[in-house]
Design a protein around this ligand. Sequence first.
Ligand code: E4P
Length: 219
Amino acid sequence: MKIVIDSANVDTIKKLIDYYPIDGVTTNPSIIVKEKRPFLPLLKEIRSIIGDERMLHVQVLSSTATEMVEEAINNREQLGGNYYTKIPVTREGIKAIKELKLKGIKVLATTIYTPMQAIVAAKAGANYVAPYVNRIENLSGNGIQVVEEIRTMFDQYNLSCKILAASFKNVRQVQGVCLAGAHAITAGGDIIESLLNHPSTQGDVEQFQEDWKSFYREE
Ligand code: E4P
């Protein structure tokens, strides 16, 4: 089970890496634009913060397979380390995934809304698929069920592709995809911080300290 940060904010990434068992960072064009910085220096800074071992996922912006492949090769050269190219599951995207597989460049197939999109991407050679849980629920679908169905199909057909569930607005959704068999989740800093939330925990910690001090105060 991997926990990945869905953010390009260097302060958020530094803080979460310091405290939590983080396996990498995912970005998308909208997330990068929010930082209002030149994108390659920003991504290089993220790589230096997370180190070479952790995953860094960067989405291509091109529309044709040939350009997507070129973009992926260039980004991998620039960013190094444990690098993944995010490719949307368009027709051109699937063609690009097949070519990237032959070139040995790892792929996260993204913008997944259905199990069949996931199957096609996995068969094309994607290492991960990213079902968009909350965006599916915004369309009145069941994002957790989509993850469960993808996992069932991957197991049934012995596909080695893994599920990196994405797009969350609450901890219930994260817990749901964990139970449904996601291999990894990517979420913003606020959601990752919320994974520890329970109203009783802080109260218990304070009570333990009070009990201890009531007897051992002097020491
Ligand atoms: C990650 O790969 C996706 O780009 C991201 O999780 C989408 O999340 P959102 O629906 O909260 O924008």
